[in-house]
Design a protein around this ligand. Structure first.
Ligand code: DGY
Length: 312
C-alpha cells in the first residue's frame, strides 16, 4: 500500500493521529534515516520540522508527492519555486504562533537588559553577598525607540509589547512600503533601514528569511545602530551576520544580543558561547502547549485539504 503521509516527528496534540486515521498508512521516520529515505518514493505528503531542509533532489525522489507540511510558519527550508512548478502544495502554520513568538522576543529583551540569567547564576552560585547599589545594572527601556524589522503579525505583536514597556516602535518592511502601521495599541512609522537603524536602541527581527533578507544585518548595517543598542532575533539566523555581531559585542559597541535562532542551527557558532552580554535560547518561539497544538491542527487540516483536493 502506498505511504500517504511521511512525518519526521509526532506533533503535539491529537491532530496528526486523527489525520492518520483519515488517511491510512501514515509512517513516522526520522529525517533522512534509512526508513525515511526508503519511504520517500511512495509518499504523497511529507511532514517536516523547520530544521529539516527539503531539496529539489528530494522532490525528484518522491514522484507521488502532492503536499509538504512544515510544523512552522517559516518556509525558508523548503524549495518553494520547485514545489510550485510541480504542483506540490506547501502548508505552514501562520497566525497561530504570533503571540508565543512575540512573547519569547520580549523574554529575551527583558532577560538581556535586566540581566536575568546572570542574576540567577549569581544566586545559585552561593556567591551573592546581598543588594548593592551598582549590582547587575542594565539599560532601562521606557522612552527608547524600538526598531522592528517586519510589520507583519509577529512584528505588530512585538510592537504592542514594546509599547506596553513605554518604548516607541518603528517599523521597516522588506517591500519598501512607507506610511504608518496600526499595530493595535497605537500607530508607528514605517521607514527605510538607513533611517531606522540609527534611531533603534532596541532592534527586533520579525521578517522571514528570503533572498532579500539573507545577510540584511551585515557589519555596515550593525555599525549604524546607536552605541549600546540591543538586538533580538527570533526570526531566522541568516538575517544577521553573526560574526559581525559578536565582534561588536566584544568591542562593547553593541549592548547585547538575544537569540532564539542561529544560522545553520542546531549548529551554533562557537563564538556565541563565549560572547559577552548574549542570551541564547534553543528556538523556543512557538513553544507553548496551546501554540504547538494549534500549529498541528492547522498543518494537518491543510494537508488533509491538499490530499483531498479541497481548498483550505
Ligand atoms: C517558526 O515556526 O517558523 C518559528 O521560527 C517558531 O519559532
Amino acid at each position: 500500500m502506498s505511504i500517504r503521509i511521511l512525518s519526521t516527528s509526532p506533533l503535539v496534540g491529537p491532530a496528526l493521529a486523527e489525520l492518520g486515521a483519515r488517511f491510512p498508512n501514515l509512517r513516522l521516520a526520522a529525517f533522512r534515516s534509512p526508513e525515511w529515505n526508503a519511504a520517500l518514493p511512495e509518499a504523497e505528503a511529507l511532514v517536516v520540522m523547520l530544521s529539516e531542509p527539503i531539496t529539489e533532489a528530494d522532490l525528484d525522489a518522491a514522484p507521488k508527492l502532492r503536499a509538504i507540511g512544515t510544523y512552522s510558519v517559516g518556509v525558508n527550508h523548503l524549495p518553494l519555486k520547485a514545489c510550485e512548478s510541480r504542483g506540490i502544495a506547501v502548508v505552514n502554520t501562520p497566525g497561530v504562533l504570533t503571540d508565543a513568538t512575540a512573547d519569547i522576543a520580549l523574554a529575551l529583551l527583558l532577560a538581556l537588559t535586566r540581566r536575568v540569567a546572570e542574576g540567577e547564576a549569581l544566586v545559585r552560585s552561593g556567591a551573592w553577598k546581598g543588594w548593592a547599589p551598582d549590582q547587575l545594572l542594565g539599560p532601562g527601556l521606557a522612552g527608547k525607540a524600538c526598531g522592528i524589522l517586519g510589520s507583519g503579525p509577529i512584528g505588530q505583536a512585538f510592537a504592542r509589547r514594546a509599547w506596553a514597556l513605554g518604548m516607541r516602535p518603528l517599523f521597516w518592511d522588506r517591500d519598501g512600503r512607507d506610511g504608518e502601521v496600526d499595530f493595535g495599541a497605537g500607530r508607528a512609522q514605517r521607514m527605510s533601514l538607513a533611517e531606522l537603524l540609527p534611531l533603534s536602541a532596541v532592534l527586533s527581527l520579525h521578517c522571514p528569511l528570503t533572498d532579500q533578507t539573507r545577510g540584511l544585518l551585515d557589519r555596515a548595517a550593525l555599525e549604524k545602530l546607536p552605541e549600546g543598542a540591543v538586538i533580538i532575533n527570533t526570526a531566522r539566523g541568516g538575517i544577521l551576520d553573526e560574526n559581525a555581531a559578536i565582534d561588536l559585542l566584544e568591542s562593547g559597541r553593541l549592548g547585547g544580543v538575544g537569540l532564539d535562532v542561529y544560522d545553520g542551527e542546531p549548529r551554533i557558532n562557537p563564538r556565541w558561547l563565549q560572547a559577552p552580554r548574549a542570551v541564547l535560547l534553543p528556538h523556543l518561539g512557538s513553544a507553548t502547549v496551546e501554540t504547538r497544538e494549534a500549529m498541528a491542527r492547522l498543518l494537518c487540516d491543510g494537508l488533509g485539504n491538499a490530499l483531498t483536493g479541497t481548498r483550505g
